[in-house]
Design a protein around this ligand. Structure first.
Ligand code: SF4
Length: 259
């Protein structure tokens, strides 16, 4: 099974349809995947580590110096990223010094790239940890994951490695008070003989109820693009994503889909 790791702490920039020119900041170790979830579709492969005491997160000082160096290089090339994006080999908010790192990255952005937004791709599982929500709220563009409308679908698709529930995650997402983008991956497959499909009428209806509760500024829908750790997953078509996006729009919430 192929496994995609970001072997660098600062990577890119890449051209992202969602974020434009995006310079990636990987707060996770560069030699393994560290996440609170074990999503069946994860482009980084299966989760290798989750708990405290596990390896080598890059220090804030290292992150800041590598980021400043890369920004200076890009400036000499005449490239201005649209987004500094916290993402990488797992869940960025698991870094033990996440709040301090957010403050440092904001300071660097303000000094060197004042018009660039700071984005984060997160699975929302750490919002209950003191300091994480407050730090995330300082960022310009919170993109938080919500793939399921029922606890069962959440277990099957996201396979949380920590004790949490969909209900807890939704309740925490509501605390953004609308200043959040929800991203949802639609997929079909089976695991251990159990089939799952988060595009069924019942699942989408349950998921939409949560979307209404969270009332995000935007919902982004997509399906798989690359090889997945769980074999046999089926990509959801563009027309199906469009159908679900239309249902979101009917609630008055902006929706985009990417195929
Ligand atoms: S939350 Fe993101 S990084 Fe973690 S397993 Fe899921 S897709 Fe991978």
């Amino acid at each position: 099974m192929s496994r995609i790791h970001f072997h660098e702490t600062i990577f890119g920039p890449v051209h992202s349809r969602r974020l434009g020119i995006s310079l990636g900041i990987n707060l996770l170790p560069t030699n393994l995947k560290f996440c609170t979830f074990n999503c069946v579709y994860c482009e980084c492969g299966w989760t290798e580590a989750t708990g405290p005491g596990d390896p080598a997160f890059p220090s804030p000082e290292l992150i800041f110096s590598l980021l400043e160096k890369r920004i200076q290089e890009l400036k000499t090339e005449g490239i201005t990223p649209h987004s500094l994006t916290l993402a990488g080999n797992g869940e960025p908010t698991t870094h033990p010094e996440f709040p301090a790192i957010v403050d440092g990255i904001i300071a660097i952005r303000n000094e060197l790239l004042p018009r660039t937004r700071i984005s984060v791709l997160s699975n929302a599982s750490m919002l209950r940890v003191p300091g994480i929500m407050e730090a995330l709220k300082k960022l310009d563009n919170n993109i938080q994951k919500l793939d399921a409308g029922t606890e069962e679908m959440f277990r099957l698709i996201n396979q949380s490695k920590i004790k949490t529930s969909l209900r807890e995650i939704v309740d925490n997402l509501k605390k953004f008070e609308g200043k959040v983008t929800i991203q949802t991956l639609f997929i079909r497959g089976s695991i251990d003989g159990i089939t799952f499909d988060n595009t069924t009428e019942e699942e989408v209806a349950a998921w939409l109820t949560f979307i209404r509760e969270i009332n995000p500024k935007r919902v982004m829908l997509y399906s798989i693009e690359r090889k997945t750790p769980l074999p046999g997953l089926l990509k959801v078509s563009k027309s199906e994503l469009a159908r679900i996006a239309a249902q979101v729009e009917k609630t008055g919430i902006c929706a985009e889909f990417f195929d």
